[in-house]
Design a protein around this ligand. Structure first.
Ligand code: SF4
Length: 383
């Protein structure tokens, strides 16, 4: 078994091709102070016309969302890109694993561009292929791999999705995690779920009736994942020790505090939050669920939202008749999503106008094939 410790990289400095982030931007970016950036972005987009399709994830900055042809969560955006075969360029304002998913689902003649290669995802980085392969060996040694189905959250690198495809598993999103787990338990006795332990635990325990004791946490930094053969044999959910650095910041105390501060508040959180937070909240759901819930909420209602701050700020602006507040008192942006700013966007778009593709995201054919197998299994799920 091999364990590779990765050096910590300051974002944008140095290179680590195995990482979702830590890659130097190769271009000469326009200065952020350039007063013409908005005009330059508009001009580049107008010049490219239907040749470019710009995707904007919900957690992106407003300055970039302004130029998105469509906004959504990672899976919706990848499907939107696949539904636009007439656009040879897909500019993905999101993070690296999302651009990979778009490349997997789009046609060969379409090129996905990520305006800043340092826009990775700390959660996706918490499960590397060599670690997952080591974990599978541990399960084989414990005699449980044959009855275990691997399920990976969408927020994972393409090679992890491919691992699931090769080993009888599937991908899930925060919207369909329960259905994906039901599918998996029809095929095996256990699930190896990565990279987000919280989504796995919250879904299994709060939606499917498992006990907390049915879940164990596999720590890839420890020999054997830190688990005994007996623990692996007894477990139903083997949760990878990974989490979202944004949603993991919310605490049960945040919920108590906002309930004191805002009488009658409804607490609405994302399932990447911890079990303690989710069990204290009033409603739990994906980004799309959060948006729909706010849309349907009556005027005058009060909401504390536990998800990324760019989205919460936009929701507050879109619902002036409702009281929308951020669940945490401190600022909580996704720092890697925020790497895609106007200078990077302008740089990528102006290069496309010149016929130069910068920061292309291309997944190799074998990985694409197996990742698509895992994605197709998800797409075939009921509902
Ligand atoms: S919000 Fe969390 S899961 Fe989403 S991209 Fe940022 S770190 Fe990754």
């Amino acid at each position: 078994m091999t364990t590779v410790d990765l050096p910590l990289l300051v974002l944008g400095n140095g290179e680590d091709p195995r990482s979702e982030r830590g890659v130097r931007c190769p271009g000469d970016l326009p200065p952020a102070s350039d007063p013409d950036l908005v005009e330059r972005a508009r001009a580049a987009k107008a010049s490219l016309g239907t040749k470019v399709f710009v995707l904007g994830h919900h957690y992106q900055r407003d300055e970039v969302i302004e130029f998105a042809d469509v906004t959504g969560d990672s899976f919706k955006l990848a499907r939107e890109a696949a539904a636009r075969p007439e656009a040879p360029y897909i500019v993905f304002c999101g993070v690296h694993f999302m651009a990979e998913s778009a490349d997997i689902l789009t046609a060969d003649h379409q090129q996905v561009v990520l305006p800043d290669l340092a826009a990775g995802c700390s959660m996706a980085d918490m499960a590397r292929l060599h670690q997952v392969e080591d974990a599978w060996e541990v399960l084989e040694d414990a005699g449980v791999a044959d009855v275990t189905v691997p399920i990976t959250y969408m927020n994972s690198s393409a090679d992890i999705k491919a691992f699931c495809g090769r080993n009888g598993g599937a991908v899930c999103t925060s919207s369909n995690a329960k259905t994906a787990l039901e599918w998996a338990f029809e095929r095996g006795e256990k699930v190896l779920f990565f990279p987000d332990q919280h989504l796995g635990r919250n879904t299994a325990v709060l939606q499917m009736g498992f006990d907390l004791d049915d879940c164990v946490v596999y720590d890839p930094r420890l020999p054997g994942g830190g688990l005994t053969t007996e623990q692996l044999s007894a477990a139903r959910m083997i949760l990878w020790r990974g989490h979202c650095s944004v949603h993991g910041r919310f605490t049960a105390e945040c919920v108590d505090e906002v309930r004191e501060r805002v009488p009658g508040v409804n607490v609405l959180v994302h399932p990447e939050c911890t079990y303690d937070v989710v069990t204290k909240a009033d409603l739990v759901g994906s980004t799309e669920f959060i948006i729909k819930t706010l849309d349907a909420a009556p005027a005058g209602s009060a909401w504390a939202i536990g998800t990324e701050l760019n989205l919460v700020q936009r929701l507050a602006a879109q619902h002036p008749d409702k009281q929308v507040t951020f669940l945490d008192k401190t600022v909580c942006y996704c720092s890697t999503m925020n790497r895609i700013d106007l200078p990077h966007f302008v740089w990528a778009m102006e290069n496309l106008v010149e016929g130069q593709i910068v920061n292309p995201i291309t997944v190799d054919a074998d990985t694409t094939h197996w990742a698509k197998v895992a994605l197709d299994r998800m797409l075939a799920l009921p509902g």
